[in-house]
Ligand binder design. Structure first.
Ligand SMILES: C[S@@+](CC[C@H](N)C(=O)[O-])C[C@H]1O[C@@H](n2cnc3c(N)ncnc32)[C@H](O)[C@@H]1O
Length: 316
């Protein structure tokens, strides 16, 4: 069977680690081809369209866009298998342009506002943030929006530990344009020792980033303070800083624990820590890190979210 995999990010890495070894994959596919991933070639979707194949597994968060591209190139929909964002909530209306022309802007704004459950965050100026990875987890983004609304009058900066390509950081930056945003990441993937037990695909996929790339996706880059390197060494000089909103998304136990130890005592009253992957069975170290932290410091007030990877909101 000739199998291709669309994507060279975490989804494709996980797929290769868990279910489909790279030897069984003819090639990985991206919009623009070139280079290799897990020692397999990366070809373009256009190149794939000219070939005979049995299955294209779409392991990208951009399921909707990839599907459109595939259909435009005449790929057989029966040969597509979506393994990421395949059950997303979507607005049935692809565009409101005609509605605006016929019914007027005010009516359409009310219409969109009344269906808040299935739209991207209302505070966002969508055109400023359009692009891959911007809306891959609806509940996570809407919860972030709601938390940011509660921060009025709460002093302190925003921060994220575990930034990767800035997919979540840019929403924080957009929703809190007046606040400094500290971004902590190696921008080269995980610490080798800490990730030694993880799958090769998971590790390699997270290397695919760079500080400049992250800077480039932020709507208010002037607010960002990138701290490249291994956390918690990169917190030097920030001991006196206060935070209103922190996203902890380091995936692994020791780094998550280091994040809790650094940020929780520095949170302003009324602030929030969003602990990503708390209830993610693939990343059990996150829950263990919180258990260890609570054993040291006592139980924290928290609210679980029903987002894709089981985030926990710590209200500190
Ligand atoms: C899952 S990704 C973050 C995803 C991002 N928050 C998002 O939602 O798009 C995890 C990131 O944590 C970073 N990371 C983990 N431990 C770290 C540490 N001790 N120091 C610096 N970066 C770390 C990795 O480099 C990786 O980019």
């Amino acid at each position: 069977m000739k199998i291709y995999v669309y994507g060279t990010g975490c989804g494709a890495g996980d797929l290769a680690d868990e279910a489909l070894p790279p030897e069984r994959i003819e090639a990985f596919v991206e919009r623009e081809g070139g280079g290799s991933f897990l020692d397999r070639p990366v070809i373009s979707l256009r190149q794939l369209a000219g070939q005979d194949f049995d299955l294209l597994i779409v392991a990208s968060r951009e399921a909707e866009r990839v599907e459109q591209d595939c259909l435009q190139l005449g790929l057989d929909p029966e040969k597509l298998l979506f393994v990421k964002n395949h059950m997303r909530l979507v607005d049935r209306n692809r565009s409101y342009d005609t509605a605006r022309a016929v019914l007027g802007d005010a009516y359409v704004e009310r219409l969109i506002g009344s269906e808040r459950l299935i739209r991207a965050p209302l505070w966002t100026e969508k055109e400023r943030i359009a692009g891959p990875g911007s809306d891959n987890d609806y509940v996570r983004l809407k919860s972030l929006e709601a938390l940011c609304r509660r921060l009025e009058g709460v002093p302190g900066a925003a921060a994220e530990l575990g930034v990767y390509r800035g997919g979540f950081a840019r929403w924080i930056n957009l929703l809190l344009p007046e606040r400094k945003l500290f971004l902590f990441d190696s921008f080269e993937g995980f610490d080798a020792a800490e990730s030694s037990g993880c799958g090769a695909g998971f590790v390699q996929a997270h290397r695919n980033t760079a500080a400049e790339l992250v800077q480039g996706v932020l709507p208010y880059p002037e607010q960002a303070l990138l701290r490249p390197g291994l956390f918690p060494h990169t917190t030097q000089g920030l001991e006196g800083e206060r935070f209103a909103l922190v996203s902890l998304d380091a995936d692994l136990e020791e780094s998550t624990l280091a994040g809790l130890r650094f940020f929780v005592p520095r949170m302003s009253k009324g602030g929030y820590v969003l602990l990503h992957d708390y209830d993610n069975p693939k990343l059990p170290g996150v829950k263990r890190a919180l258990e260890r932290f609570e054993a040291e410091q006592g139980r924290l007030a928290s609210v679980p979210l029903c987002d894709v990877n089981g985030s926990l909101v710590l209200a500190v």
